[in-house]
Design a protein around this ligand. Structure first.
Ligand SMILES: [Zn+2]
Length: 257
């Protein structure tokens, strides 16, 4: 699955900064409306996430969200991640992206899917998440940020809406009002550290929610270095009065009225 996620990154960073005030309601398990929220998400169940990202998050007592494809080769390791308090979400089993990318596997392109096939795959994913110890409500991340399937480019968002509380897209933006939980903005950055800090500071200034999307951490592809990843967690840990680090689902719940 080496090339699979490249488009997520290429498509990131196009959103304009929002300026509306926070509409977050105050709930006991959510930070106050004065606090920003940062969510750290990791795609494609990569080995470097297990080896590097998970231990770093644990060392900082922070919880991330891991959007998984097929994990049959590594079930026990992902069960451990869930048992450690991290969220496991769905990223589809076969990662459909448009056939216009030459790295997309024949037969598993977005164009090859029907709504029936996607519905079945999503149900299989939910079974897999349950097997790993995850519980409802579940969250989702669109492969390549693509929300359509078939030659007619039919939206599969209704299938997501039926099964998931929130879904992550790939357009970089700070969320101050969660108007569309089915396509939550996210920044895909590989560094440097200042870029992560810049987006987190924008969320702090807006008292908003910022979602980061990672692939490799100190390895694999589209990678952030271990040094930058760890330094960013250090930076967040020093600012707990201003910013709460929450898994994607928990943050979405806090942002939803
Ligand atoms: Zn992906």
């Amino acid at each position: 699955m080496t090339m699979i996620a490249i488009m997520s990154c290429q498509r990131g960073g196009t959103g304009a900064a929002a300026s509306t005030p926070s509409s977050r309601s105050i709930k006991s398990d959510c930070p106050t409306a004065d606090s920003a929220i940062v969510t750290l998400t990791y795609d494609d169940n990569l080995q470097s996430q297990l080896a590097n990202a998970v231990p770093m998050l644990n060392a900082h007592n922070m919880r991330g969200t891991f959007f998984l494809n097929d994990v049959t080769a590594n079930v026990d390791a992902w069960k451990d991640v869930r048992a450690g308090g991290h969220e496991l979400g769905s990223h589809t089993t076969y990662h459909p992206c448009t056939a216009q990318f030459d790295w997309v596997e024949k037969g598993n392109a977005s164009e090859d899917y029907t709504l029936e096939r996607m519905a079945e795959e999503l149900d299989d994913q939910i079974s897999m998440l349950k097997t790993l110890g995850e519980t409802a409500p579940f969250s989702f991340a669109y492969p390549c940020g693509t929300t359509w399937i078939g030659s007619e480019q039919t939206s599969y968002i209704p299938l997501i809406q039926k099964r998931f509380i929130a879904a992550r897209g790939v357009t970089g933006d700070i969320v101050t009002r969660l108007d569309d939980p089915m396509n939550v903005p996210a920044y895909f950055l590989e560094g440097p550290l200042e870029a992560f800090i810049g987006s987190a500071n924008a969320a702090i200034a807006d008292k908003g929610w910022v979602v980061f999307g990672f692939h490799g951490v100190g390895g694999d592809y589209l990678s952030v270095s271990n040094e930058d990843h760890n330094a960013f967690l250090d930076w967040l840990a020093e600012r707990q009065d201003e910013v709460a680090v929450l898994p994607f689902r928990d943050a979405a719940r806090c942002m939803l009225k």
